[in-house]
Write a protein that binds this ligand. Sequence first.
Ligand code: ADP
Ligand code: ASP
Ligand code: MG
Length: 439
Amino acid sequence: MTEIKVAKFGGTSLANSNQFRKVGAVVEADKDRRYVIVSAPGKGHSDENKVTDLLYLCHAHINYSVPFDQVFDIISNRYLEIVNGLKIDLDIRVYLDEIKESISKGVSVDYLVSRGEYLNALIMAKFLNYDFIDAKEVICFDKSGSLDMVRTEEVLSKRLSKHNRAVIPGFYGSTLDGKIKTFSRGGSDITGAIVARVVQAEVYENWTDVSGFLMTDPRIVENPRPIEKITYRELRELSYMGASVLHEEAILPVRNVDIPINIRNTNEPDNPGTMINSVDDRKNDNIITGIAGKRDFTVIAVHKNHMNSEVGFIRKILLILEIHNITIEHVPSGIDTVSIVISNSQLDSKLDLIVEEIEKQCNPDSLNVYRNMALIATVGNNMAHTPGIAAKLFTALGNEGINIRMIDQGSSEINIITGVEDKDFEKAIKAIYNAFVGE
Ligand code: ADP
Ligand code: ASP
Ligand code: MG
């Protein structure tokens, strides 16, 4: 390990010049913070929009041939405030004009939305007096639009060896033919993880607007308990299931080279935040580590007596879904039942056809479809050795009158997934939290 810290700052940490100053203080406080990854300006207050959202809106205007000047002006003003507030010598208007002009010539949505982080990185580099490295030159995507990790590692490490300190925009890179390509939303976390991996950082710091990972979404439970330490494995389960603090794909690049992730708060820099690593050396006996969830799933529950002795029964169902190009979220099964959990967005209008085909080809005793379901993951390493967790969880939900449509304990045993109706989502998370953590 080197004495290098990679620090990624999220949108709220960069919403305006005041936030930039806080970031400046954080970076200056530790000379090891040599590589800085930035997102686009986020919400400074609740009425403000994220610049990335405004850029998507801009592109939608262009698609419908509606004038986009007004939206573009709002974006421009955000950057002008930052540059003027910081009193740095950078003519950001030149870059804004360039972008505006390129729009009139026709640009891809990925190019346009990537400009949010591009401009922010230019400003941050100037402000910190760090070098600027354009992500399009160092983050490589393959033809199919997936990250090309092998080429990225090669190009990025070569480039970084020439820069002692640098700012790199998050969220995007480019394909071999030079076209800009973005990650999915929240993807600056991935850029930060890649940079941390390539420089073999001692830690990947992810600076945001909360003092670390909390046991559950603070928008659902008031003041949830902070998590001091968590393993990559638990975090991945929680991130995948909707704990939006960190992009779920940001874990893999650092996990297999054992670089810890530290979630920190730009507005409370003295708070140590959450430390994420591979070993579980926690001394506490908390049974659960965290709770997260996602809405808008459909569950197709198939029942057939002696299903288990019928060779290829589940495979037939999965094949039908494969033919319709549908990815599956979970497949919990019992002796005579199997439930297929699919995100609503995957199904579009295909559901009726799929149900018809399952009925025809598998001849089940019964088939029920539950729409608008939410999945809630209750995660904890200690769950694997503690009896009675499931019972406690179901009692908590039962006491609140919440119907459980599906349970999946998974093979990892560190995660119990419960399916409830969308309308009960928040109530269920609160009930589970209160049962395990106390009111
Ligand atoms: P950034 O702009 O820094 O990338 P994000 O908005 O992506 O920040 O992530 C931070 C937000 O994640 C928090 O403001 C909080 O509302 C939300 N969040 C959801 N689940 C959790 C959780 N378990 N712990 C902490 N924050 C959470
Ligand atoms: N600005 C991008 C988004 O809003 C990427 C990020 O914030 O990580 O999704
Ligand atoms: Mg984020």
